[in-house]
Design a protein. Structure first.
Length: 300
């Protein structure tokens, strides 16, 4: 039985007519936040309820990266190869240096504690942008507690002075995000509204426009969460039934039907044609035809 739903024949050239799921590990609570290191050749990912960040390599399989981990969710590498992490339990964005030291980059806005930073990206200029829904204040996925902010926003951390700027506050639950290939636009999805918005990045890193770009429709469980762009400008986004693949014109070409509910994924391996998928209790790998767009190059 093919594990794909083909809505347009162009899907065949991007993903293929079938995929093989390789289970790299299982028995986790809820996996999230995968990031691939292109020179050290490892994948780091989070398990929020398990309060555990893990590392996978081809040689060693899955080992512990950090535990406890403050119920870490989304991760990204900055331009210097440091890991920036969204923490549900502390409502912080932190940065981990190669020596293991951890510093707080953001925890409050306008004197109030952030909701629960969720997903995070780093621009070519070093700016850090993250989403701040309230999922980390809910049972199981975080620490139940009342919100101090009345909205759920998207923020930017300035790379020079680490100042925090609110970029958008009109989401229900902002979640996954990624830059366009040229870095001039930003895609942000909204889990509860089942859609993806596209913003222009204006002078000073602020956002403009922000119209709905696409909706995730279909059968099965799932909603917009993890989101990435490939080297041809196609957008991968979780949604009903698995991972939805959109072309650059916002047409959904098909769905990768993942065996478990899927929160996130990352392109990896030397050719960036492996898709590492964090799906509920497991970590999977599949192969696709079009490479992902590099998000971190330590040689830059």
């Amino acid at each position: 039985m093919p594990l794909v739903e083909i809505r347009n024949a162009r899907f065949l050239d991007i993903v293929g007519d079938d995929v093989t799921f390789e289970q790299l590990g299982s028995g986790f609570d809820f996996t999230e936040g995968p990031i691939w290191h292109p020179t050290e050749k490892h994948l780091i990912f989070s398990d929020m309820p398990g309060d555990h960040m893990r590392r996978w390599t081809e040689a060693d399989g899955i080992t512990t990266f950090r535990k406890p981990a403050n119920m870490a969710n989304g991760n990204a590498y900055d331009r210097e190869g440091r890991i920036v992490t969204c923490e549900h339990a502390t409502s912080r964005v932190t940065r981990t240096s190669p020596d293991g030291s951890i510093e707080t980059l953001a925890s409050h806005y306008d004197g109030k504690e952030l909701n629960s930073p969720n997903d995070i990206v780093v621009g070519d200029d070093g700016a850090i942008i993250f989403t701040d829904p309230s999922f980390g204040r809910m049972p199981y996925y975080g620490v139940p507690r009342d919100a101090e902010l009345s909205f759920r926003g998207v923020y930017r951390i300035d790379p020079a002075d680490l100042s925090l700027t609110l970029l958008a506050d009109d989401f229900d639950q902002p979640n996954g995000l990624c830059f366009s290939r040229d870095g001039k636009r930003l895609f942000v999805n909204d889990t509860m509204r089942q859609h993806i918005r596209l913003f222009d990045i204006a002078a000073g890193g602020t956002l403009a426009n922000g119209l709905v770009w696409a909706e995730t429709t279909g059968d099965g469980d799932g909603a917009p969460d993890g989101m990435k762009i490939d080297s041809q400008g196609n957008i991968y986004c979780t949604g009903p039934g698995g991972i939805h693949v959109f072309d650059s014109n916002a047409q959904c070409l098909g769905v990768i039907q993942v065996p478990e509910g899927t929160a996130n994924f990352a392109f990896g391996d030397d050719d960036l044609r492996s898709l590492f998928i964090t799906a509920s209790t497991s970590l999977y790998r599949i192969r696709v035809k079009v490479p992902g767009h590099p998000v971190f190059n330590p040689a830059d």
